[in-house]
Design a protein around this ligand. Sequence first.
Ligand code: FPP
Length: 236
Amino acid sequence: MQSSLPSKLHAAIIMDGNGRWAAARGLPRKTGHEAGVKAIRRTVEAAPGLGVGTLTLYAFSCDNWARPKAEVEALMRLLRHYLSREVARLVRNGVRLTVIGRRDRLPGGLAAAIGRAEEETAAGRELHLRIAIDYSAREAILSAAARIAGPEDLTREGFSRLVTGDADLRAVDLLIRTSGEQRLSDFLLWESAYAELYFTDRLWPDFGADDLAAALGTFRRRERRFGGLPAPAAAA
Ligand code: FPP
């Protein structure tokens, strides 16, 4: 059984509410996404000090292609800028960046920028930051199923390796969604089998270190049983 107080936990965040944050100020949606990038910076910088070893952020889902072309383009531009301009800061902070999701549909230059950012940050040991771009958990599971090569892949550990592409990846401990919505939206379905769920009304652009600390405080007060019994009952 995993420890109930993991020292280096895996937190995942569905960053929601950029559009509403902008609308409340009479600003275009893309300004909300720009403010969302600042919230990412605050959150990434606070995470290691709060005991987070892996942080997975949902930036763009396979279903987000259905948004208006101008918004998709603005998001792709922001992603490209983040991946190129943020790298030096990530390296300075010991952050290793990897991207999950499909790369074959990304617009020109983005896949290459991802590859460069992954290479340049590969030595980071303070935090593993994973950004989900053109990501669908159901697609990740289907694609893993299509790659099953033998019985060793049909164990929980073996199949996890196929789904995540990472033999060392810890399952999600805490899954946060901002903006008051309470759904999973095709995010990390396999990895979140025993994740604690935390929903906050805070809109993503307003999210910061205090909100992450509050989520982790709630998480640490929860009893994680992984299908077992509470400690005294188990001992009886
Ligand atoms: C949800 O807000 C947010 C997104 C779909 C995208 C998240 C993207 C960013 C924070 C910026 C780009 C990311 C990186 C990694 C540089 P919404 O648009 O669904 O808001 P709404 O529900 O209020 O309309």
